[in-house]
Ligand binder design. Structure first.
Ligand code: TPP
Length: 576
């Protein structure tokens, strides 16, 4: 047992199984970083921006399922954590943030670097408390860890540097967090109501989110019993797409396959462990049932006929004996056929554009999918990378897809790849980065070099903030302020000690990917891609096509005819 609060902190973290802390040092953190150094059991993972520390910790927690920790020094140091913490919290992954604070005697005096982290982080945490006395500390830390682990999300302890250096109480305890997993399922009468609805329906569709993470087998068994197509959100894709003869793809802005149709054409839609936010993609005609372990979420996305509280695995296990097997496969087969058609169309499109210059990003996504390991961890930047990831990367039993899928922050992929690679040093970790996203936290390239993390970055260098350009065009605005004047990112990577490869010729995409993926150390593939590629969601196509046409007309009037021609030429095949 140590003797200071900081030593007590480290001891408790070790007991909790924490083996690394992501962050940047600072004087208010000194007692903590020194206790970490002396422990010899916790690695300090130095990053170049605290936001990256929070993203990295979140990816670590998401992959391992264990508590991960990040830290920032007082004022601006911990303030930089905030965006990554929002992301972690909304992704419901257990992250503890240590926000070091100004000396306790100065709080409230407008001291140098003074902020109020206990207020700032409240919105992105389950628990956020200031430690003002050593006796308070172990119980605050325990409560913080319990909140992060059991409610899943972020906890923040705000620790003034002087309090961290004080003697801990002699009887301070140090045991880890209790991560118990209770069985949670609806009451028998509620399950009977659900079974009645399902049994009375001719056609049922399941739509699955990340709440199905440990329920692959159960969902497939239920789909088999009901002859139900299974659609999924992006966070559900990694759990539901593989080894699933009922899978019909995704809906929403990234959608592809037959999920949208299956959700709209069924009699009963069963939402399982999903908080899919785009209510415009939700149908109104079927009866809708939602099951979620977080009962407070029931009914906030669509009108429900039934809302039930339960873990998906426990709920389906209890439900299955009550469900009468359906024999009629007509609806399922029609949706599966539609899904396969959509898959064939995506493949045909890739074959069609695979030789085009500038390189089409779809082609890069498809080749990457082929060459990457079945156990790869893909981290996916917010922006068009989400479209390429959703449509061209296939899930496999060991594959993981990590992104900022709820918070939607740019620049997530590289720092998440850092956390993934630190947690799993031997695993293939691939960051799908946008050029806007990479540049936003570009200092983290140095982190790869510093810790020799063999992350592979596939950079979709389209010289534009592509997703926003697309949104402008789809909304009928001429695109403005999206262009990026970029360096040769491969040369830049080389300059900071990474392997850098650049491709502009589509014929070089495959060999370049092979080369980069087989590199021993960190590597960046700078793929110069077509900025004018458009991805249409499976709904509202006509309305958006009108907006697109309007934007093209306005651009033509503004004299930007070359842009108009390029965009239309790049996309004509994508319109129905
Ligand atoms: C931190 C942050 N800033 C701004 C946005 C708005 N936004 C969403 S996607 C995007 C463009 C991303 O561009 P890039 O990384 O180059 O990827 P691309 O879409 O071109 O593939 C922007 C500006 C955001 N989501 N997050």
């Amino acid at each position: 047992m140590g003797t200071t609060v900081a030593e007590n902190l480290v001891q408790i973290l070790i007991e909790a199984g924490v083996r690394r802390v992501y962050g940047i040092v600072g004087d208010s953190l000194n007692p903590v970083t020194d206790a970490i150094r002396r422990s010899g059991e916790i690695q300090w993972v130095h990053v170049r921006h605290e936001e990256a520390a929070a993203f990295a910790a979140a990816a670590d927690a998401e992959l391992t399922g264990e508590l991960a920790v990040c830290a920032g020094s007082c004022g601006p140091g911990n303030l930089h954590l905030i965006n990554g913490l929002f992301d972690a919290h909304r992704n419901q992954v257990p992250v503890l943030a240590i926000a070091a604070h100004i000396p306790s005697s100065e709080i409230g005096t407008g001291h140098f670097q003074e902020t109020h982290p206990d207020q700032l982080f409240r919105e992105c945490s389950h628990y956020c408390e200031l430690v003002s006395h050593p006796r308070q500390f172990p119980r605050v830390l325990q409560t913080a860890m319990q909140h992060a682990v059991s409610r899943r999300g972020v906890s923040v302890i705000v620790l003034p540097g002087d309090v961290a250096a004080l003697d801990a109480p002699a009887d301070a305890f140090a045991h880890g967090a209790f991560a118990s997993r209770p069985v949670v399922r609806p009451a028998d009468e509620d399950l009977a109501r659900l079974a009645h609805l399902l049994n009375a329906a001719q056609t049922v569709t399941l739509f699955c989110g990340t709440g199905c993470a440990d329920a692959h087998q159960e969902v497939v068994a239920l789909a088999e019993q009901l002859k139900a197509p299974v659609g999924y959100s992006f966070r559900g894709k990694e759990w539901m797409e593989y080894d699933n003869p009922y899978a019909v793809g995704m809906t929403g802005l990234l959608g592809w396959g037959a999920a949208y149709q299956a959700m709209h054409a069924c009699d009963v839609l069963l939402l399982l462990g999903t908080d899919f936010p785009y209510d415009t993609f939700m149908p109104t005609s079927p009866r809708i049932v939602q099951v979620d372990v977080r009962a407070e979420r029931l009914g906030r996305r669509s009108k429900l006929d039934l809302g039930l509280c339960g873990n998906i695995r426990d709920t389906i296990a209890a439900l299955l004996p009550l469900v009468e097997p359906k024999a009629d496969r007509a609806f399922l087969d029609a949706m599966r056929e539609r899904h396969e058609r959509s898959r064939r169309k995506l493949r045909a499109y890739v074959e069609h554009v695979g030789t085009r210059r500038p390189i089409h990003p779809e082609y890069v996504g498809a080749v990457l999918d082929e060459l990457a390991s079945p156990e790869a961890v893909f981290t996916i930047d917010t922006g068009m990378c989400c479209v390429w990831g959703a449509r061209y990367l296939h899930a496999a039993k060991g594959r993981r897809f990590i992104g900022s899928f709820n918070h939607g922050s740019m620049a997530n992929a590289l720092p998440q790849a850092i956390g993934a690679q630190v947690a799993y040093p031997g695993r293939q970790v691939i960051s799908l980065s946008g050029d806007g996203g990479l540049a936003m936290l570009m200092g983290e390239l140095l982190t790869l070099g510093q810790h020799d993390l063999p992350v592979k970055i596939v950079l979709f260098n389209n010289h534009t903030l592509g997703m926003v350009q697309l949104e402008m065009e789809a909304g009928g605005y001429p695109h403005h302020a999206c262009e990026l004047k970029n360096p040769n990112f491969a040369a830049l990577a080389e300059a900071v000690g990474l392997t850098g490869v650049r491709v502009e010729d589509p014929a070089q995409v495959r060999p370049a990917l092979e080369r980069v993926l087989s590199c021993k150390g960190p590597a960046l593939l700078d793929v110069v891609t077509d900025p004018n590629v458009l991805a249409m969601p499976p709904k509202d196509t006509i309305a958006q096509a009108k907006g697109f046409a309007l934007a093209m007309t306005r651009m033509a009037f503004a004299g930007e005819l070359d842009d108009v021609t390029d965009t239309v030429m790049s996309n004509w095949r994508m319109f129905p």
